[in-house]
Design a protein around this ligand. Structure first.
Ligand code: ZN
Length: 304
């Protein structure tokens, strides 16, 4: 996977998750030229930071002009300081400043789902749009927003949109949040109810594909929750399209997207109702890494 030598600058992107750290050399067009994956270490902040440094050092050469991180965390607007990470022991850490000092390069940092949205906007399903929303349906639900031709730098905690006033408890402590209703874990729960304790979201999708009405209905309920959340955002800023990715979202496909379109069409106000577009993401598992690379180029170009 080593690329031919190129003179143009490349960057290192890191898609940091609770289970793995994916890193790669990314060029300005968003092509991944080399890629590396290591498990995320358990334990302390020190060990996580050491693993992140190693991931950079393993790819660092004279072509590398900047570093970009996609982190599952809330970031302080303006500074990019990590306030609180999900599934990683990173709290109140200025990773970007730390890396800038350590490696002497421009460093960008973004929430991982926002980085994925940036990638789908620049390089994937959202090319050419000025306003879009992306939902990543994985173990949890994340998202990102592009508004007026710029990635929204706020929290965009789209998994915690309230869909039901009274509903199951979310990991954040709230109730009826989208993450409870439309994540892979929601698929796992529905599968266990239908098929027993060993079933999971994969089972649900397999059964739906085979024509099982119960599985299709369960996925349709998940899609309905997603569509209601999409409509709420459409009613606020009328994005040209909504992109749906993440492992569960990609696997479930139209079993979830079609009911989502119907629900969004029902709940969105006119005339947006007639133009709601919900489409599948195009970049798959690489969205986070490509997005982290694009964040690095933004840092290189002095965009922030
Ligand atoms: Zn929540």
């Amino acid at each position: 996977m080593v690329a031919p030598a190129v003179e143009a600058p490349v960057v290192i992107g890191l898609d940091v998750g609770g289970t793995k750290i994916l890193s790669g050399l990314v060029d300005r067009k968003g092509n991944v030229l080399a890629e590396r994956e290591v498990p995320s270490p358990d334990g302390s902040e020190e060990r996580v930071l050491a693993a992140l440094d190693e991931a950079v050092e393993a790819l660092l050469d004279e072509r590398v002009a900047a570093i970009g991180y996609g982190i599952p965390a809330n970031l302080e607007r303006g500074t990019g300081r990590i306030l609180h990470a999900m599934n990683l022991p990173l709290d109140d850490v200025d990773l970007a400043s730390r890396s800038r000092e350590r490696f002497g390069l421009p460093v960008g940092i973004e929430n991982d789902a926002s980085a994925a949205a940036l990638a789908e906007w620049r390089r994937g399903a959202g090319r050419g749009a000025s306003n879009l929303v992306m939902f990543t349906l994985g173990t949890g639900v994340g998202g990102g927003i592009v508004v007026d031709g710029r990635l929204f730098r706020g929290w965009a905690e789209l998994g915690h949109i309230v869909v039901r006033e009274v509903g199951e408890r979310c990991v954040c402590g709230g109730r009826g949040h989208l993450e409870v209703l439309a994540s892979g874990q929601a698929g796992d729960r529905a599968a266990r109810v239908l098929y027993g304790p060993d079933a999971d979201a994969h089972t649900l999708i397999e059964r739906a594909t085979a024509g099982d009405d119960g599985a299709r209905a369960a996925l349709a309920r998940i899609g309905e929750s997603l569509g209601v959340a999409v409509a709420s955002l459409v009613n606020i800023f009328d994005p040209e399209l909504t992109v749906v990715g993440g492992g569960f979202g990609a696997a479930a496909g139209d079993f979830v997207l079609e009911p989502a379109r119907q629900a969004a069409g029902r709940e969105a106000v006119l005339p947006a109702r007639n133009a709601v577009r919900i489409v599948a993401a195009e970049l798959g598992n690489e969205a986070g890494l490509v997005g982290a690379g694009l964040v690095a180029f933004e840092a290189l170009d002095g965009a922030r």
